[in-house]
Design a protein around this ligand. Sequence first.
Ligand SMILES: CC(C)(COP(=O)(O)OP(=O)(O)OC[C@H]1O[C@@H](n2cnc3c(N)ncnc32)[C@H](O)[C@@H]1OP(=O)(O)O)[C@@H](O)C(=O)NCCC(=O)NCCS
Length: 228
Amino acid sequence: MIEELLPPGVTSSEAFDDAAPAPLFPAEAALMEGRRERRRRQFATARACARRCLTELGRPPVALLPGPGGAPRWPSGVVGSITHCEGYRAAVAAPASAVAALGIDAEPAGPLPEGVLALITSAPERAHLAALATAYPSLPWDRIFFSAKEAAYKAWYPATGIWLGFREATLALSPEGTFTTTLHPSVPPPVDPVYEGRWLAGRDLVLTAVARTVRAPAPAMISTPGPS
Ligand SMILES: CC(C)(COP(=O)(O)OP(=O)(O)OC[C@H]1O[C@@H](n2cnc3c(N)ncnc32)[C@H](O)[C@@H]1OP(=O)(O)O)[C@@H](O)C(=O)NCCC(=O)NCCS
């Protein structure tokens, strides 16, 4: 499913259960020691997905340990993102030469827990969601909204190291399956704070993805000698 949201050049791998063997590197297994079985399984399956992405990129499989802020440390020259929720695990990766930032998020489709929407939205965002819910009542707009902000955060954080709350982002969703998130850090943003993404809902899941491709350098100016 997740590949539907990604531009060419981004590899992806997903799983809907933990049935396939998903061996961990010793450092990863040590990290999971004492954790609940459910967490160990989702961590392992998502790592297996991530290593499949690396293989597709022609990279050797390596341990993917969390770095600062919990973001996975991908090998040098690779950007990627990981998500897992009930019934879904996925990873995406791309060469850093082609893609500057990646963020994915998965959520169970369905309403957010009581009280969460008020914490993650501004009044104009709530009006935007209410209008979408009136026009397209079958879609879980609140969940899509929540997931899209998390996907943008996962793309933003590895590049900046700046934590952002949900109220430090403004999000507009389009019923056509796209969204735009504008982040408002309290410091001057070190990278472009506007993230474009895509969403989809199906199989009782909501998936969102943000992929910022590297812009080709502007063509060099060719100066022609003027009349002397
Ligand atoms: C980090 C966060 C986005 C993870 O989302 P989640 O829905 O709880 O969990 P998911 O399963 O989708 O994603 C978890 C994976 O995200 C990745 N991740 C964790 N922290 C991350 C970070 N700071 N940056 C990028 N990726 C991160 C990890 O790979 C993690 O899986 P792992 O621990 O097995 O490696 C969320 O817990 C959080 O802290 N949100 C608050 C910040 C935010 O979203 N702000 C929105 C406004 S910009």
